[in-house]
Design a protein around this ligand. Structure first.
Ligand code: PLP
Length: 255
């Protein structure tokens, strides 16, 4: 068994154990392999081992990897997901890949994606991203609508025509208790589902906090490091904008 296959087995075992501990059916919790910074060949290897969902946070990297793997038989039914901040001028390119977009955080982006979906003649699946707070600057770098804006944004997505609302997505704030943050997310998701029963998905949990997310009801955990290894520095993602220490000493907790 290769290192990637072992990691896949171990991560799947963590998800299954967390689901059982929470009294949930492990089959309710999907695994999204976040392959950002890792070569297409690693994606191909995990795909050959049975992994189907892959996520990227940069548009160029998504297009390059999806393109490189398009002709491979073991990658024929892969599902791509976009988990990074999305600019409107790149929304149509992401929609064309068929990727699920996890980072809809404003109505203008929803409208642009809806137009792209209409032009393509097929729906784009989207999650509304929630900002769960955290050190100042971190949320801005990561994106996400503030919780009080989320119900109206979900209404806008559902009404846009062309978008299929899957549910909510969030990243737990660094340094806080992920269980408390995911509990707030779960309560918000429940509220959204009263108006949008189709929005049954909850995209939450990463390598370090997937157990807490599964306990709170996550239906899709997004895992990079525990599958592929530690990402090389620098890679421009929000975690690496500043050293951890300076974020903690200067950051103020948003509520
Ligand atoms: C990178 C990333 C992940 C995966 O994080 P790991 O800690 O490497 O598992 C999940 N979600 C988003 C939005 C990411 O950018």
């Amino acid at each position: 068994m290769s290192r990637l296959e072992e990691n896949l087995r171990d991560v799947r075992a963590r998800i299954d154990a967390a689901a059982r501990a929470a009294g949930r059916d492990p089959a309710e919790v999907g695994l999204l392999a976040v392959s950002k910074t890792w070569p297409a060949d690693d994606v191909r290897e995990l795909a050959a081992a049975g992994q189907r969902d892959f996520g990227e946070n940069r548009v160029q990297e998504l297009l390059a990897k999806a393109g490189a793997l398009a002709g491979r038989p073991e990658c024929a039914d892969l599902r791509w997901h976009f988990v990074g901040q999305l600019q409107r001028n790149k929304a149509a390119a992401v929609a064309r890949t068929g990727a699920v977009v996890h980072s809809v955080d404003r109505e203008s982006l929803a409208a642009t994606l809806a137009r792209a979906a209409q032009e393509l003649g097929r729906p784009v699946e989207v999650y509304v991203q929630v900002d769960l707070g955290g050190p100042e600057g971190e949320a801005a770098a990561r994106g996400g609508a503030s919780p009080d804006e989320v119900p109206a944004l979900c209404d806008a997505v559902a009404d846009a025509g062309g978008l299929a609302l899957q549910g909510l997505m969030a990243v737990a704030p660094r340094g806080g208790d992920p269980a408390a943050a995911f509990a707030r997310l779960a309560a918000l998701a429940e509220r959204v589902r009263t108006d949008h029963p189709e929005a049954a998905g909850l995209s939450a949990g990463m390598s370090g906090d997937l157990e807490a997310a599964v306990a709170a009801g996550a239906t899709l955990v997004r895992v990079g490091t525990a599958l592929f290894g530690a990402r090389p520095l620098p890679c421009g993602e929000f975690e690496e904008h500043q050293p951890r220490e300076s974020q903690q000493s200067h950051g103020t907790q948003k509520s």
